[in-house]
Design a protein around this ligand. Structure first.
Ligand code: NAP
Ligand code: ZN
Ligand code: ZN
Length: 351
């Protein structure tokens, strides 16, 4: 066993505090990774505060992990010590069900998420990336190109794949008018991908101060969603809208903006349900409301390779681990430009 230090929430209303624990010795198919950077996802905050009602404490969050391989088991062929690698939201799945066979491990009934998920090795809940190292089965480790800045690549492991996957699934491309709702961690990656795929991109934001940044990130237009007149200008005109908002809100405002057969895809997962949407809004133009969950391992590697080829990373603010509680407060105020990334060097003793 290897001593590991990190930060944990001890209960649903505690701040994150230092925490020591042990990682397993690598099994033959395992990769041991020294964590360099870990992104801060709004899902970390939902779980630390037990807003989804599934939290196990103490909890070490973190599923946007970039690190260096330090050791590999005897059966590991794809990775060697020194490689830069990533770990996202999953660390295992059953490998045999239809979802796993279709490379959609995120939908496997036995998917093991990176933290707050049952760990067959320890018998308790597993611990995530707000820590100095992690041991992961090679099939759930991703290659990170040297072309990508490692800190700015960390958010690709969740915010990146969660926006790339639905844009690909609904075949967003040239000629499409695409909306992105919310300019936070997911939203800013949604703008970058939709723009890279050639769509006409419209950002919906509650923060007028983010308009200039949205254009720099690739948005063609910005709509202040609190302004009904601006919303009216876009009635029945969108092919696809990706909604990343982390809070309960009225979906009718967005379904009304879809063309016939258009889709509003929800990826934000608030603690309380949205008000039930208007059925009339849906049936009169055969509109769809859908959801999407991260992406499988194969598609995550495809997304990472696409990012290396097209020089796409996240816009980040790097923080030491010790500033995590302040960072959470800023995310909750929609005040992050546009993802916090923890530099794990802040937890390591000087050599
Ligand atoms: P984030 O950085 O906090 O961004 C959310 C954005 O939503 C905010 O920046 C804000 O943008 C907007 N917003 C916040 N409160 C709002 C409100 N009351 N009304 C309208 N807009 C509001 O969060 P994130 O990390 O991108 O995550 C977003 C959501 O996706 C979370 O619920 C998270 O759990 C979920 N998530 C889902 C998946 C998945 O696989 N489906 C994966 C990762 C995360 P503006 O200032 O521009 O309005
Ligand atoms: Zn996430
Ligand atoms: Zn499975």
């Amino acid at each position: 066993m290897q001593k590991t230090v990190g930060y944990a929430a001890y209960n649903h209303n505690s701040p994150l505090l230092p925490f020591s624990f042990e990682r397993r010795e690598p099994k033959p198919s395992d990769v041991r990774i020294e964590i360099l950077f870990c992104g801060v996802c709004h899902s970390d905050i939902h779980q630390v505060r037990d807003e989804w009602g599934i939290s196990v404490f103490p909890m070490v969050p973190g599923h946007e992990i970039i690190g260096k391989v330090t050791q590999v088991g005897s059966e590991v062929s794809e990775f060697k010590p020194g490689d830069t690698v990533g770990v996202g939201c999953m660390v295992d799945s059953c490998r045999v069900c239809p979802d796993c066979n279709d490379h959609l491990e995120q939908f496997c009934n036995n998917a093991v998420f990176t933290y707050n998920s049952p760990d067959k090795h320890s018998g308790g809940a597993n611990y995530g990336g707000y820590s100095t190292q992690i041991v992961v089965d090679q099939d759930f480790v991703l290659h990170i190109s040297d072309k990508l800045d490692p800190a700015a690549a960390a958010p690709l492991l969740c915010a990146g794949i969660t926006t790339y996957s639905p844009l690909k699934h609904w075949k967003v491309g040239k000629g499409d008018k695409v909306g992105i709702v919310g300019l936070g961690g997911l939203g800013h990656m949604g703008i970058k991908f939709a723009h890279a795929f050639g769509a006409h991109v419209v950002l919906f934001t509650t923060s007028s101060g983010k308009a200039e940044d949205a254009k720099r990130l690739g948005a063609d237009e910005v709509v202040i969603s609190k302004n009904p007149d601006e919303m009216q200008n876009h009635l029945a005109s969108f092919d696809f809208i990706l909604n990343t908002v982390a809070a309960t809100h009225d979906l009718d405002a967005y379904t009304a903006l879809l063309k016939r057969d258009g889709t509003l895809c929800l990826v934000g997962l608030p603690d309380h349900p949205h008000p039930s949407p208007s059925v009339a809004n849906l049936i009169f133009k055969r509109r769809n409301i859908a959801g999407s969950l991260i992406g499988g391992l194969k598609e995550t590697q495809e997304m990472l390779d696409f990012c290396a080829e097209h020089a796409i990373t996240s816009d980040i603010e790097i923080i030491p681990m010790q500033q995590i509680n302040e960072a959470y407060e800023r995310v909750l105020k929609s005040d992050v430009k546009y993802r916090f990334v923890i530099d794990l060097a802040s937890l390591k003793e000087p050599e």
